[in-house]
Ligand binder design. Structure first.
Ligand code: GUN
Ligand code: ZN
Length: 457
């Protein structure tokens, strides 16, 4: 496949969890079909560069010199509620179940109005993109039309996404609840419609809200739908202690929260469960065995005072872990903010260990590993580990060009800073002002370009 575009400069990505790989003086070639055609490091002198031009077949390609900018993989947000973006940054004063009743359900019920939905959905997709999130797993609402609209907006924007029509037929307010049969029928119609739209980047995901909001019949049917249509499935698990107690009282015959989902055939290799703060070792083992993944959402967990997933323990047990913003349990749409809280959550687990020895034996998640979880980790949750997550030949080019010297950059770079220092400053202090441009499957994301130029669309 011919090479259409080549970037020359620094690439930063993860091959393994423990450290980032920094490739200076590199070339990355993007093919006409949006895949990575080649990665060459250490191309310092111009004669080598000239000979590679013919050798790698990019004599006719556009070549972009990155200068002091660098390229990193696009972020993968494995858990976000698109309608709740309306409330992001507000309603942070209540624990989960009260928070759902007071703020979340009333807002989500407004999405029966397509005009209201259109406005919020355009804004959330843009906000995600400008923060470098090239792939997102979205919860929409119970409304099929508005959920389809979200998929259309994502398609128009060029983002890679999994879009779920939310299902809930019990323990919900009268103004925001479905009949069981309608929920199943609408979900199947939604799956069919999204697949018929024929955009390989945007896929349907079966979305039971969480066990308390779905009757046994609905749970059983949704589990079956995820198998029949071979789709991903997303829900919530073990986020908050009161929620866990509630699930236990609803299912006294089940041994755990995870067991409830297992019972309805919802624990499989295409499953993404958000939070998992209070999962037992036995439950984590079930995750590892079934290859279901956990979306770790620490910004949300700290804000709603839910708890904290022990990421080190989950990873040590070979559980797939990705990161999620959980907008708007999490107040920020930025995966950088999530990465910072992953580190804090992990540190807090270390400093809460009862003995000095246990503290010493515990190795918390650092910034390089948190970055790995935001990219490669997420790719495993959506089973796209062979397609996205880092810069390996043949994968799709989903990337962000980062400019540490952008106008109004929130951090400063000094002469002594190494490339790793600059990358670390971006992780801890950077924001959307440093995101110069983004690409999904080799396509420049135009909506993002418009936004940066303050075009009001
Ligand atoms: N559990 C059930 N619904 C929700 C939700 O919308 N947000 C969060 N954080 N947890 C949930
Ligand atoms: Zn959530």
């Amino acid at each position: 496949i011919p090479i259409k575009l080549v970037f020359r400069g620094t690439l930063i990505h993860s091959l393994e969890a423990s450290h980032v790989q920094i490739l200076e003086n590199s070339l990355i070639g993007i093919t006409e079909s949006g895949t990575i055609g080649f990665v060459k490091e250490n191309v310092v002198d111009d004669s080598k560069y000239e000979s590679l031009k013919t050798q790698l077949g990019f004599t006719d390609a556009q070549v972009v010199n990155l200068g002091r900018r660098f390229i990193i993989p696009g972020f993968i947000d494995t858990h976000a509620h698109a309608p709740q973006y309306h409330n992001a940054g507000t309603g942070t004063d209540l624990p989960l179940l009260k928070w759902l009743e007071k703020y979340t359900f009333p807002t989500e019920s407004k999405f029966r109005d397509l005009k209201f939905a259109d406005n919020v959905y355009r804004k959330v997709v843009r906000r995600m993109l400008r923060n470098g999130t090239t792939t997102c797993c979205y919860f929409a609402t119970i409304h099929t039309d508005a959920s389809k609209l979200l998929a259309e907006i994502v398609t128009r924007a060029g983002q890679r996404a999994y879009v779920g029509k939310v299902c809930m037929d019990r323990h919900s307010p009268d103004h925001y609840v479905e009949q069981t049969d309608d929920s199943v029928r609408d979900t199947e119609e939604f799956i069919t419609a999204i697949k018929a739209a024929n955009n390989p980047l945007v896929q349907p995901i079966v979305t039971p809200r969480f066990a308390p909001s779905c009757s046994d019949k609905l749970m059983k049917e949704l589990g079956a739908l995820s198998h029949r249509h071979n789709t991903l499935l997303q829900s919530h698990i073990s986020e908050n202690i009161d929620e866990c107690k509630w699930v236990q009282s609803l299912y006294p015959q089940c041994s755990s929260y995870t067991d409830v989902y297992s019972h309805f055939d919802m624990m499989h290799e295409r499953t993404i469960m958000a939070h998992g703060c209070h999962l037992s070792e036995t439950e984590l083992r079930t995750f590892a065995e079934t290859r279901a993944g956990v979306s770790h959402c620490p910004v949300s967990n700290f804000t709603l005072s839910s708890g904290a997933l022990d990421v080190r323990k989950a990873l040590g047990m070979d559980v797939k872990v990705g990161l999620g913003t959980d907008v708007s349990g999490g107040y920020s749409a930025s995966m950088l903010v999530v990465i910072r809280d992953v580190i804090k959550a992990s540190n807090s687990i270390q400093f809460n260990k009862p003995t000095d020895q246990e503290k010493k034996d515990y190795s918390p998640v650092g910034f390089e590993e948190a970055f790995y979880l935001a990219t490669v980790g997420g790719s495993k949750l959506v089973n796209l580990q062979d397609t996205i997550g880092n810069f390996i030949d043949g994968k799709d080019f989903d990337a962000q060009i980062i400019d540490p010297f952008s106008q109004n950059s929130p951090f400063d770079v000094f002469d002594a800073d190494t490339p790793l220092d600059i990358f670390q400053k971006f992780i801890f202090l950077g924001d959307d002002r440093n995101v110069d441009s983004i690409y999904v499957k080799g396509h420049f994301i135009f909506i993002f370009f418009q936004m940066m130029n303050n075009t009001n669309t």
